[in-house]
Design a protein around this ligand. Sequence first.
Ligand code: HAM
Length: 426
Amino acid sequence: MAKTISAPRGTRDLLPEEAAAWNRVEAVARDLSRRYAFERIETPLFERVELFARGLGESSAAVEKEMFRVSGATGSDEERAEWALRPEPTAGIVRAFIEHGMHVRPGPLRLSLIGPMFRYDRPQAGRFRQFSQWDVEVVGDPGPAVDAEVIELAHRFYTEVGLTDVVVHLNSIGDAVCRPAYRQALVDYFSVHIERLTDDSRRRLQVNPLRVLDDKMLAADLTEGAPKSADHLCDECRAHFRQVLDLLDTLGVRHIVDHRLVRGLDYYTRTAFEFVIAGREGQQQALGGGGRYDGLVELLGGRATPGIGFGIGLDRVVIAMQEQGVSLPQASDLVAVVGFADDHADRLRVAGQLRDAGIAVRPDGSSRKLGKQLEAAAKVGAGWAVIVGEELRTGLVGLKNLHSGEQDSVAVEDVAARVSEGSALP
Ligand code: HAM
């Protein structure tokens, strides 16, 4: 036998037994995008490295350590240095916003996509090299009402897919006015404790001191004792944050103010948030996260435009649904078409008529005994069998309920109605 080939490390195959959960999360995401009036956008899976370096920040882990470089087979080293698979969608969406002059459209723009992201990280539980996100972005609205609206949207998503105990942690990390003083306060504080910092954090302290707070290797007392951004906000940022919190209270969204939450990407300003399962906070297992990025459009060459959005990690959501035992009702309206002899033409013809009527059909392609065909139909999850035989000359088929065993003769054109009436039965 030839040597087998396995999937690349950090990637996963979606097998049919997981399809019901994935169908549910994607359907809920699409339906919520519609109900919250988000329009679909798609951007390329790869972009210029420079877009991510500038947008997410040279010192963000996604850029510094996890960039997934790509080039063509004949690509030179320069080309390899030029492209990367997208680690996240916000930078690409903002690039498209600028490139297509979308600021002239009636706004604020509400944009959404579902798709794969790539980070060349060390694979571990819940951390993959290819993973899927549902992303939403509102471009052109300074908030604070829209901040509460998008947080409530994400919160509703977790509820509608069937998860319980998801809470949002949030913080305000200030803006261009008050951030510099806060950065300095962090530099002053951590410089005193420099010998207790990891190598990573010593480097971060130079480039982006906020991200030292994100270092999960630091002793808890060190990060807990650090200056809090909430204490350094300017009046506008403080009022903005207060209003977001009040609106979340009004909307009944359970939230926790988390002074250590700074997020891993550099574009954030003011509101920053992450969704976790209550009690599992420390495990780097956010089910989603996002925030405001009021400086990003300008940073990428557009005219100053505020923005806010989130990305929800659908792989982690599916895993959490499995852990919480979220039940996914199996549709029992699958119909198998079976027959007596080599009447495959009749089976396929009847299957076609049923499909015209919107029914999901699996015709049995074998010539084995009827009993075996019915057994096989039940095993693949069919709720019904349509039995094609002599009666077909008069337009009738046998319709057998594979759960109850009941059977009678039905006109082909009545099968669809009978199946959908009965499919609510177990
Ligand atoms: P992020 O926090 O980097 O934010 O990623 C969002 C979510 O994607 C995470 O909370 C997690 O659920 C999932 N995720 C991230 N990395 C992995 C991984 N390696 N394996 C599995 N799941 C992962 C962003 O990407 C921002 N673009 C969100 C945003 C949109 N902010 C404003 N607008």
